[in-house]
Design a protein around this ligand. Structure first.
Ligand code: VGL
Ligand code: ZN
Length: 198
């Protein structure tokens, strides 16, 4: 059983000073770097939105960041503009050893659909291709770390568990946004899905 470290969205916009800063988002970088050598594969995800993305509040007249809207695929939080393709905010944190990555998987590039999960867009059906990559390489034991615990880590971990992967989330190497109790809900949801929370 081969082991992959999946590092979720450790990008400038999710770190202090960024457009959608997660408190303490930069504190996890050194610990993540130190873990990389323990795995057969290191995979990074990168939130990667076109300008004017439908998950941005600025794309919806009269809406503010953190308002909710109904999208064709269900409820969606509206975010500040973040991780715009090619901008500095979308770049990995400068200290993250991104050169160690075997694969960088980008998500959220479809203008009409957000993508928290590294496996499926928020319509729950459009695949990113990560599942096939992991299966082709025999990577069945997944450890997830990164940002944010309650959004992209949560959705990635739950999807991976549903797909039958063995999934562990290392909470000390994640940080949360925690919007209206979203962290507690995420921890419960991951535990229910069979994700190991360490
Ligand atoms: C994320 C909100 C919007 C995340 C990405 O990486 O958790 N959260 N886009
Ligand atoms: Zn995003």
């Amino acid at each position: 059983m081969s082991k992959a470290l999946i590092v979720i969205d450790v990008q400038n916009d999710f770190c202090p000073g960024g457009a959608l800063a997660v408190p303490g988002g930069d504190q996890i970088v050194g610990g993540i770097n130190d873990l990389m050598a323990d795995f057969d594969a290191v995979i990074l995800t990168q939130d990667w939105h076109p300008a004017g993305h439908s998950s941005f509040a600025s794309s919806h007249g009269g809406k503010d960041p953190y308002d909710m809207i109904e999208m064709p695929y269900g409820p969606q939080v509206l975010w500040p503009d973040h991780c715009v393709q090619g901008n500095d905010g979308a770049v990995f944190h400068k200290d993250l050893k991104s050169e160690r990555a075997d694969l960088i998987i980008r998500k959220g590039f479809n203008p009409a659909i957000d993508s928290y999960s590294a496996f499926f867009e928020n319509d729950q059906s459009t695949a990113t291709g990560l599942e096939g990559y992991l299966r082709n390489r025999g990577l069945s034991d997944l450890t997830m770390v990164g940002l944010a615990t309650d959004f992209c880590v949560n959705f990635s971990a739950v999807d991976a568990a549903k797909l039958g992967f063995d999934v562990t989330v290392l909470q000390s190497l994640c940080r949360a946004i925690d919007l209206n109790g979203s962290l507690g809900a995420a921890l419960n949801g991951m535990a229910d899905a069979g994700v190991h929370l360490r």
